[in-house]
Design a binder for this molecule. Structure first.
Ligand SMILES: Cc1cc2nc3c(=O)[nH]c(=O)nc-3n(C[C@H](O)[C@H](O)[C@H](O)COP(=O)(O)OP(=O)(O)OC[C@H]3O[C@@H](n4cnc5c(N)ncnc54)[C@H](O)[C@@H]3O)c2cc1C
Ligand code: FES
Length: 1290
């Protein structure tokens, strides 16, 4: 087991890691590093301590996010070598990672901070301070204490290089002087399409604005950049006023502080913070409100460049600052050549959507943010799907001023964003409340008035109409209570806020996260060089951290290389009438366009059945259907030209977007699968109770940080082509490319070095892009490259299948389930892809971990006009099991029994059979369950929650414990095979290849560990360079969690063959070394290259007869989570999670814990946050990190324990290990059901009890709507069917 480096220590065996005062944040890319144009050596030097700690603390998996994270930390430490935790929190607000679950990154970097500063491994006489502290405190878990071996850490902080700021390279002086010279002269740049003017003085700016009234001003470019890139807007003349002194000035006046319009938001925050520190509290209420908005405004990278003027002038209806400025009555100074005028920022300032009252010649000069006065109270609120770096759903500024010495309202200003096309003020409500006492009557008046005034059409853009309307009331209620509390504390004649209401007034602060990881150390006596079972670092982690690791798009440009951009359909179901490429082909750099007619072989493609086109022929069946491509000299030229291709369509009916549409039109792929066991009728007859229910679960975007990419290089003879691809399926790519090119597969070589994440998204959907690129390369006989932009990738590739489940469950008074009938519908999109297998896996997991005597599950795969959905970690399992837990939760609720009691009662025991008749042997569910309850202190936690909920009306806590049983094997039996190839060279080094691909999960590291143990040589002698179809043929995709099992066994086989061949030389020379034996064998003309092969025995299931074994074995796990919800806003925080999971004898505990934590956090995204929004016409709104939110640093549980079940060897896989990639994801359902538990407590306050429907994800909107109360009653939803919603549930 593991002792973390940063711990309050509990025992010699284990640790708890306390990271104080952290909250965290979003967004990242690798270019951060490479954009600095440094050599590899410089980079290594540049970031030494930072990259090293993230790597050694196992914070880099696929590595695609890692340089961005290193650079964020670098920037922080460069400015502040001894940061506080809060600084780290701020620094990472703009970074995202999809693999690690963030915990190890924070842990590695925490060692730099003041509060928890570690000696870095160098400062203490007896090693690292943190390592030593571990020895002093015990862990209570019996199984942990029972260990016979000394604990080993996941890493040793003593290995960290110390941070030495004096060794950093100096900031390039030429950049400093360039910057200084900026102000003296006007700059003018002319690009292909844009004239960029940078005036040096205010006069010059005003002169230019007169000359070019339509010119676009640009300061931070965070808004204009998005408009140009994603909204296809072109501004031919741009004015950049960033260096004009008057626009950067800050003045303190009697009224408040005046900020030049170009002041950055970071500067705004710094100045206001300083003022808050100096001025009396009553004067700074607006300042504090702005600071609170800035805390959740984008990430630091954006705030450093975005300007205050840019936020105002964007005139976004969801701006976070404009409602505050309006409620505060900020004054704006506008200027043109003709003079200046000062306007108050009120409702007249924004006459329409993204419009202001400025004339074309005017610019915004500065903004006065006023002091608050005595008797005035001010607050701001922002509600967004995710706390960090997210745009608002509703945002608000509220100000009330009381008549002197009273609680009578003299002035009230309520301003809202997100409720109309502009920021609006609730004028009617404000005037209605004038002269009223601050009390219950005013509250009631305010709410009914706001409900009338803040209306939204049910079809309003942005959707969430009921929620947004409710929020206007809920946020006012928070303001009401906050003011009431202040008034009471000031001694005004008013009753204080009830104790159980106080939490509604509290501002959110993240509590210090802490974590524990527990694993079994290798047995005593295991040789030092035997790395199996040790927490060996991911072999590429250090390279990934410096940015030296080579991903597909890092391959240097080939001479003559071209870039490709896809042309995609804008209609969901239509025939193509015409395609006009004339304009596109006349554009700069364009070489050719590629369409279906250019495909020399077959246009039909698909991973299992060929039911889709490479390039659309005459019909399109989804928005994003690939119709063709433009090939040009650069990406920019190709993308620009692709937008200029004109396509006319004849729209077709029906347009089937949602599962409900598909049910209406009976649009299903065949076959419809059924698994049945027992006698359902008898089961329902026997049952004491029967209940029926339904649930919808949304899909999920893979959001691998590296989007799909292919470089195709024609070899010039015999139709040979080499493709560098980011794919999980080298062989599938090879065969589909060959099919389209009309050449034998032997002419096509696919090479995969590493992927920046895959998660199932590159199992089949990557093949279409590769094929299109290959077709273009063959047509032009030149290398062609394409790496999709995020929006393109999200548009064309599809994701996890949305599911809808209907169930009927029969159960006894005790809670024992005796009959279950469940029907699943999945939204497959426009082609079959892997959807049937995904539905099969959902059915194989329909009972999750519960023994049900009479059961029938049926699965319909819906054919719709969406991009084809596909594999995603869990492959239908997370959908099947979530719906299972929904009926389990309903059973408990309807009986009024604790859900954990009903779950435990129904849980499988050793020797029972699944619905598909597979006997469960070596079951460890009960052990996982018991340990999970123990390490989570479940009983005490439950008691604590009950007390908390009694004492809190507007925040509630919930708890849930959920098991999982995950079948390991491809359900298509033939895929359960793998190959490997091992060469030994005469210097003793070994080159290893296997059929799996490295996507961050550490497969190559594990394979080296396996080879190292088998050959009995140090891992440093073994190298894996890439996966390729010309070394190991006919590979299965790297998927189904089975790659370590399959490829590990194949590697083992190859190494054993080699070992066998070397045996005579070892026997002959027992004192010799590895190199001696290898050399002796070589000179003896022994083949030092061997193929390994493995196939999983006894597999194969027949749906017709319900016989056979679909799975080699099962992985088990249990998680317990606690959450707190804000009943008024629907936000939640993840307070605690304990996970106990059976990974057999872990091959590498660091990598396995990484998979558990990363998978769990991806599940947290799936079940609580991530939402794909489609229009009723099938248009995807959520096409990037701006609208699609994956978990960020701040979403990790405050307290997280991961324990790998000890003493659970698995005789079915290599070295007694178990698969780990997919099983942990479902454990995040514990968070979903903890949220449901908290909602139950909230509903009780309104007298509601019994089962209720909660769909997934449990977003703030769903949580708020489920917490019915006096405010929700005032905002009833519109009657379904009476309007067309902005977005539909697909
Ligand atoms: C990742 C990301 C996250 C974001 N998060 C948030 C958020 O949480 N909350 C939020 O409210 N916004 C957010 N935004 C929007 C944006 O960052 C802000 O609106 C920002 O303040 C814009 O400032 P800028 O300097 O970058 O504007 P620019 O893009 O440079 O300009 C924006 C507009 O302002 C005009 N303009 C700028 N200065 C003047 C002037 N002096 N006179 C006249 N017109 C002028 C420009 O012509 C342009 O129309 C986010 C944007 C991104 C990319
Ligand atoms: S390691 Fe962070 S995205 Fe893969």
């Amino acid at each position: 087991m593991y002792q973390s480096s940063l711990t309050t220590v509990e025992c010699p065996q284990t640790t708890s890691l306390n990271m104080s005062d952290l909250t965290y944040g979003e967004q990242t890319n690798r270019n951060n590093l490479t954009d600095h144009h440094m050599s590899g050596d410089e980079l290594v030097f540049f970031v030494n301590g930072k990259k090293e700690r993230i790597a050694k603390s196992h914070g880099s998996q696929c590595g695609f996010c890692t340089p961005g994270i290193v650079m964020s930390l670098y920037a922080l430490l460069r400015n502040n070598p001894t940061p506080r935790m809060a600084d780290i929190e701020e620094a990472f607000q703009g970074n995202l990672c999809r693999c690690t679950g963030y915990r190890p990154i924070l842990e590695g970097y925490k060692t730099f901070t003041k509060e928890r500063s570690c000696c870095g491994g160098k400062g203490m006489e007896n090693g690292c301070c943190m390592t030593n502290r571990v020895e002093t405190k015990g862990y209570t878990d019996e199984s942990v204490n029972s260990t016979s071996v000394l604990p080993a850490p996941l890493y040793n902080p003593a290995d960290f290089l110390p941070l030495d700021p004096t060794q950093e390279i100096i900031f390039p002086p030429e950049l400093m002087s360039l910057c200084k010279g900026q102000s003296s002269q006007q700059l003018r740049f002319r690009g292909e399409r844009v004239l960029w003017l940078q005036p040096a003085s205010l006069d010059q700016l005003l002169e230019l604005k007169t000359q070019y009234p339509n010119a676009k001003m640009v300061v931070g470019n965070t808004e204009v950049g998005i408009e140009m890139k994603f909204k296809n807007l072109l501004y031919p003349v741009i004015l950049a006023p960033g260096y004009i002194p008057e626009l950067n000035t800050i003045q303190h006046t009697d009224e408040g502080i005046v900020f030049g319009a170009s002041c950055s938001l970071t500067l705004l925050g710094d100045v206001l913070k300083a003022a808050v520190g100096k001025l009396p509290l009553y004067q700074t209420e607006v300042f504090n409100a702005v600071l609170e908005q800035l805390r959740w405004f984008a990430g630091l990278q954006i705030r450093n460049v975005a300007a205050i003027g840019g936020n105002i002038m964007t005139a976004s209806p969801i701006s976070d600052l404009n409602p505050v400025f309006m409620a505060a009555g900020c004054k704006l100074t506008l200027m043109s050549k003709g003079g200046e005028r000062v306007v108050v920022m009120d409702e007249k300032f924004f006459p329409g959507y993204r419009k202001t009252i400025l004339t074309p010649e005017e610019v915004l000069l500065c903004v006065l943010i006023p002091y608050t006065k005595k008797g005035q109270h001010f607050a701001a609120y922002k509600q967004s799907p995710r706390r960090e770096d997210d745009i608002s759903i509703v945002t608000s500024g509220m100000s009330v001023t009381f008549a002197e010495g009273s609680t009578v309202v003299k002035h009230l200003a309520l301003s809202y964003g997100g409720m109309a096309a502009t920021t609006v003020m609730a004028k009617n409500t404000a005037s209605r409340l004038l002269g009223k006492q601050w009390g219950e009557e005013l509250l009631q008046d305010a709410c009914s008035s706001l409900a009338e005034e803040m209306t939204l059409h049910p079809s309003a853009p942005g959707g969430m109409v009921t929620y947004r309307r409710t929020l206007t009331l809920s946020l006012f209620y928070k303001f009401y209570l906050t003011v009431q509390q202040k008034l009471a504390s000031e001694g005004a004649y008013i009753e204080g806020v009830r104790d159980d209401y106080i939490s509604a007034t509290e501002i959110y602060h993240q509590t210090s996260p802490s974590s524990v990881q527990i694993f079994q150390a290798v047995p005593d006596g295991q040789k030092e060089e035997d790395v199996v079972g040790r927490p060996m670092m991911h072999l590429s982690a250090l390279k990934q951290a410096t940015g030296e690791a080579v991903y597909c798009d890092d391959i240097p440009l080939y001479e003559n290389e071209l870039y490709l951009c896809l042309i995609t359909s804008t209609k969901a179901h239509a025939t193509i009438q015409s395609i006009d490429t004339a304009e596109a082909e006349s554009m700069p750099g364009v070489v050719t366009c590629v369409f279906a007619k250019d495909i020399p072989g077959s246009n039909m493609t698909g991973p299992i059945v060929y039911d889709e086109t490479v390039l659309a022929d005459d019909t399109v069946t989804c928005v994003g259907h690939i119709i063709g491509a433009v090939v040009a000299d650069t990406q920019a030229h190709a993308q620009r030209a692709a937008k200029a291709v004109r396509i006319t369509y004849q729209e077709l009916q029906p347009v089937i977007i949602t599962i409900q549409d598909a049910i209406t039109h009976q649009s299903f792929f065949q076959p419809v699968r059924t698994i049945q066991r027992g006698d359902l009728d008898q089961g329902f007859t026997q049952a004491d109770h029967i209940l029926e229910g339904e649930m919808h679960m949304g899909g999920q975007e893979h959001f691998y940080l590296e989007t799909n990419v292919t470089v195709a290089v024609p070899k010039g003879e015999d139709g040979e082509m080499e493709l560098f691809v980011s794919t999980q399926s080298a062989t599938k790519t090879q065969s589909l490319v060959a099919k389209a090119l009309g050449v034998p597969a032997s002419r096509v070589v696919i090479r995969v070095k590493r992927m920046g994440g895959g998660f199932g998204g590159k199992e089949s959907r990557s093949t279409t892009l590769s094929t299109v690129v290959a077709v273009a390369a063959q047509k032009l006989k030149r290398p062609v490259r394409c790496m999709l932009d995020r929006d393109e990738d999200m548009l064309v590739t599809g994701g996890r299948h949305p599911f809808y489940g209907r169930y009927k469950v029969g159960f006894m008074k005790s809670g024992k389930v005796v009959a279950l009938e469940v029907t699943y519908y999945s939204n497959a999109g426009n082609s079959m892809d892997l959807s049937l297998s995904i539905m099969e896996r959902a059915l194989f997991h329909m009972e999750n971990s519960y023994s049900i005597a009479n059961i029938r599950g049926r699965g319909y795969v819906c054919k719709t006009h969406l991009p084809s959905n596909t594999a995603f970690r869990g492959f239908g399992g997370p959908q099947g099991m979530l719906i299972a837990e929904s009926w389990m939760s309903d059973v408990a609720l309807s009986l009024g029994l604790p859900a954990e009691q009903v779950r435990r009662l129904n849980m499988y025991i050793q020797g029972e059979r699944t619905p598909y008749s597979q006997i469960l042997d070596h079951i460890t569910l009960d052990r996982c369950w018991d340990q999970c309850l123990e390490i989570s202190s479940f009983t005490q936690r439950r008691a604590g929650i009950e007390t908390y909920n009694r004492d809190h009306r507007w925040t509630k806590r919930g708890l849930s414990v959920v098991p999982t049983k995950f079948g390991i094997s491809f359900t298509a039996a033939f895929l359960n095979q793998a190959g490997a190839l091992a060469h030994i060279y005469t210097d003793g080094s070994v080159l290893l290849t296997h059929g799996g691909t490295e996507m961050g999960q550490g497969l190559n590291t594990k394979m080296v560990q396996v080879a190292s143990r088998t050959l009995g040589i140090p891992s440093s002698k073994i190298h894996i360079t890439e996966t390729s179809t010309n070394t190991v043929p006919n590979t299965s995709p790297t998927a189904a969690s089975a790659s370590s099992d399959l490829n590990g066994a194949a590697v083992h086989n190859a190494c054993e063959i080699l070992l066998h061949r070397l045996e005579p030389y070892k026997t002959k020379n027992p004192k010799g070394c590895w190199e001696d034996w290898v050399n002796a064998a070589y000179f003896d003309r022994v083949n030092l290259s061997a193929n390994g092969f493995y196939k999983t025995p006894d597999l194969g299931y027949d749906f017709e007869t319900n016989t056979g074994r679909p799975f080699n074995y099962f992985s088990y796990g249990v998680a317990c989570s606690e959450v707190e919800i804000d009943c008024l806003t629907g936000s939640h925080k993840n307070i605690h999670t304990s996970i106990v999971i059976d990974v057999g004898n872990s091959l590498n505990p660091a990598l396995d814990i990484g998979q558990v934590e990363g998978g769990f956090m991806q599940g947290v995204g799936l079940y609580t946050l991530e939402e794909l929004k489609y229009s009723p016409e099938g248009y995807l709104f959520t096409r990037g990190p701006g609208m699609y939110k994956i978990p960020a640093f701040g979403d990790i549980p405050t307290d997280l324990t991961v324990s790998l079940l000890r003493d659970a060897p698995n005789d079915k896989a290599i070295f007694s290990s178990k698969a780990i990639g997919e099983p942990p994801l479902f454990l995040a359902a514990s968070v979903f059901f903890a949220i449901k538990d908290a909602i139950i407590a909230a509903r009780k306050e309104s007298g509601l009890s019994g089962p209720f429907r909660l769909d997934s994800p449990a977003t703030p909107e769903r949580i708020r709507n489920a917490c019915e109360d006096r405010f929700t009653k005032l905002c009833p939803p519109a009657e379904p069917g009476t309007f067309t919603p902005w977005a539909v549930v697909v």
